[in-house]
Write a protein that binds this ligand. Sequence first.
Ligand SMILES: NC(=O)c1ccc[n+]([C@@H]2O[C@H](COP(=O)([O-])OP(=O)(O)OC[C@H]3O[C@@H](n4cnc5c(N)ncnc54)[C@H](O)[C@@H]3O)[C@@H](O)[C@H]2O)c1
Length: 253
Amino acid sequence: MAHTSELAGERRVALVTGASRGIGKAIALRLARDGRHVVLVSRSSGPLSEVKSLIESAGGSASVCAADLGDRASWQSAVERVVEERGRLDILVNNAGITRDNLSLRMTDDEWDEVIRVNLTSAFVACRAAARSMMKGRFGRIVNIASTSGVVGNAGQANYAAAKAGLIGLTKSLARELGGKGITANVVAPGFIETDMTSGLPEAVRSKVLEGMALKRLGVPDDIAEAVSYVASDGAGYLTGQVICVDGGLTMC
Ligand SMILES: NC(=O)c1ccc[n+]([C@@H]2O[C@H](COP(=O)([O-])OP(=O)(O)OC[C@H]3O[C@@H](n4cnc5c(N)ncnc54)[C@H](O)[C@@H]3O)[C@@H](O)[C@H]2O)c1
């Protein structure tokens, strides 16, 4: 069932944040199916162990790393520990994300700070720690999961859109800094995907979104996992600094 990784005799090691549910879980299952060893990261180990079991029962390989991405120092040591224990890190998918929506004029400092910390700063910390190992191996695939909100903006999401736009700038800069070392860095930007994050979307907003969408359906986590699988593959070595909007034709940008 697995397409084997092109690394002779060994599985490439992929780390996926926010792998306990939603898009991150779909990405983790897909990368495992692609033949990678997947390090599953989220706040608590319980739900991650269930994902690990799913992967292993399908013949794949995974391990669990519980960490709070909002705590910069402990998150950085967690990534460093993974690199040390596995001896390598080939693929990094910064997927974990939160929303604390509010209109800008009402947004509190805490709502701003928390979203920037979890959605943007944690990705920088992980990219910095992972890049050192990738440079040694002269191979790396960094995939940052942003959002179309970071490309076109969204009322009520100044903090979230700023963090996601920041991810795009971070990714393009990394692509330029690390390209000479065989490391690519790309963004996958989902539109509206059916997950816990969007389950509370009011019906009126949902219909308005569908109206403007070429494909007339919300996405599913596998739609994003499919794109990440390609971007993270050995074969995608000439693709870097790109923002791939997987949004059913909502923004077409
Ligand atoms: N669902 C959508 O429509 C949509 C659209 C655009 C972008 N995205 C982005 O895709 C990514 C995944 O979204 P989702 O819908 O699957 O979200 P989700 O809320 O279903 O899952 C988020 C994951 O991140 C983890 N997480 C959150 N805060 C964390 C922290 N401090 N430390 C460790 N882990 C933490 C959660 O435990 C969970 O595993 C996010 O970055 C989100 O911004 C989602």
